[in-house]
Design a protein around this ligand. Structure first.
Ligand SMILES: [Fe+2]
Length: 280
């Protein structure tokens, strides 16, 4: 039986904590994109998300830094033993990021892995805060000190970081090397932190204009919609994906936007980005 998808914004203040085991997800900073009203200018920054392993304090207290002698699989798994950041925001968000981390009792030196979903300045502008962390920026994986390790990440083969924690290749928005982080086992189900695969909830009429490869991005969006229960987009509030077994009702005056079918599912969204917003 096909199902119907629609999205609902997740209510709650930022930081938004989604507890889970073995990983909790904390949206530290919510991305935004505000048009400035002249020449297409947009003021924007990307979402920043923290992934916390259960008992990470205990783990980090006995954790050795990643070693150059690790195989890539071991290096990835070791890097995921401590707090992980997915996207860092732009350099102008430095103080906000430090403050948000401190409120979670996480010091920059505690962070063991930083994932940059793609190479745009509003997503990887604070990598310099984490010289002791392993970095996975797009498809480039390196250990502290700049030791780059090859891996086999592809759309068919995610990188396994830990139980229910994966990096997916989700090409399209920034090119062929974009990635997303997918966390299973949270209190809200599977959470996908996707960078600009989704600009925001209800971006159906705007994402293609910002995409380097709309065909690939459409494919990435379908995969995310098929697997996730919650999406953390690059430039807006997190949103739920709600699945229903029956056909949707037509509600007077409510806008319905169509997303290409994802694995036999039909997608509608009743919420849009801020009217006229330009998105990055
Ligand atoms: Fe972007």
């Amino acid at each position: 039986m096909s199902s119907i998808l629609h999205t609902e914004p997740l209510c709650g203040e930022i930081p938004l904590l989604v507890p889970g085991s073995p990983y909790s997800v904390v949206v530290l900073l919510q991305g935004f994109a505000d048009p400035q009203g002249f020449g297409g200018a947009v003021r924007a920054d990307g979402s920043v998300t923290l992934i916390l392993p259960k008992d990470w304090t205990l783990v980090s207290s006995r954790r050795d830094p990643p070693s150059k002698d690790d195989g890539v699989k071991t290096a990835l798994e070791r890097a995921a033993l401590g707090p992980m950041i997915v996207d860092t925001g732009g350099p102008w968000a430095r103080e906000a990021l430090l403050g948000a981390l401190a409120r979670q009792n996480v010091a920059p030196g505690d962070v063991t892995l930083v994932v940059g979903t793609h190479g745009h300045s509003d997503h990887i502008g604070n990598l310099g805060l984490f010289p002791g962390a392993a970095l996975l920026v797009s498809h480039d994986f390196c250990l502290p000190g700049g030791l780059y390790l090859p891996h086999r990440l592809s759309e068919e083969q995610p990188l396994q970081l830990g139980p229910g924690l994966e990096v997916w290749a989700t090409p399209g928005h920034g090119g062929q090397k974009d990635v997303s982080v997918v966390v299973a086992g949270t209190s809200l189900g599977t959470v996908a932190v996707v960078g600009d695969v989704f600009e925001c909830n209800g971006d159906e009429d705007s994402w293609q204009a910002l995409s380097e490869d709309p065909v690939a991005q459409e494919r990435s969006r379908k995969r995310v919609l098929s697997a996730a229960d919650v999406v953390v987009p690059g430039h807006g509030a997190p949103f739920r994906i709600v699945r229903e077994a029956s056909e949707p009702e037509t509600k007077g005056g409510q806008e319905t936007l169509q997303e290409p079918k994802a694995g036999g599912e039909e997608f509608t969204s009743h919420w849009k980005c801020q009217e006229g917003a330009g998105l990055l």
